[in-house]
Design a protein around this ligand. Structure first.
Ligand code: ITT
Length: 192
């Protein structure tokens, strides 16, 4: 059975990534905490490739990485690739975003997720991107999920990511859209 290292230190992401991979015949391993990768790219895809490639090379195993974030229209796309670096905790990141947005009536936003898979030598075998449009609420709502979920409202579902059943978020989210593209590519690449 092929080993695949999940190159993330974010437990919320890890939970979701594991769910998408349950049907593959693959042995999932965790990236050791001591192996930290600097995100020096300027796009989500670049950062996902950097993380997957460096972790794969360091461990000599296949690796999968996710780089994701929230782009807010009225903030010219911020926090974007800096979503994790926006403040120290999920609560502080949400507070900062709501403060920066103030009472702006343009609440349009989108979550973006790039996923990359690297071979044991670090070469990228596949990379994809998924997008989920939505709106930023004025106050947080809901307790499921992680990160910015409580302020991200999806009009089609009439609820935030943090109010959704996990199986709904799993299907419609930026990560869900990315995995929808990734799985067929993965199946073509190797015997998972
Ligand atoms: P790794 O790089 O170790 O995977 P990270 O948290 O640093 O973990 P990113 O650089 O990709 O990951 O930052 C993603 C940020 O966007 C982070 O603050 C998340 O909370 C947020 N985010 C990404 N996907 C999300 C989702 O589905 N729901 C809520 N917030 C999300």
């Amino acid at each position: 059975m092929k080993k695949l290292v999940v190159a993330t230190g974010n437990p919320g992401k890890l939970r979701e990534i594991q769910e998408y991979l349950t049907d593959l015949v693959v042995e999932l391993h965790l990236k050791p905490d001591s192996l930290e990768i600097e995100e020096t790219g300027t796009t989500f895809v670049e950062n996902a490739c950097i993380k997957a490639s460096q972790v794969a090379k360091a461990l000599g195993e296949w690796a999968i990485a996710d780089d994701s974030g929230l782009e807010v229209e009225a903030l010219n796309g911020a926090p974007g690739i800096y979503s994790a670096r926006y403040a120290r905790s999920d609560r502080e990141r949400i507070d900062r975003l709501l403060e920066e947005l103030g009472d702006s009536t343009n609440r349009q936003a989108r979550f973006v997720c790039a996923i990359a898979i690297a071979r044991p030598d670090g070469a990228i075998a596949a990379s994809v991107e998924g997008i989920c449009p939505g709106e930023i609420l004025y106050t947080p709502c809901g307790t499921s999920g992680f990160g910015y979920d409580p302020i991200f409202y999806v009009p089609e579902e009439k609820q935030t990511f943090a109010q959704m059943k996990p199986e709904i978020k799993r299907k419609i989210s930026h990560r869900g859209k990315a995995f929808e593209k990734l799985i067929p590519q993965l199946l073509r690449i190797g015997d998972w």
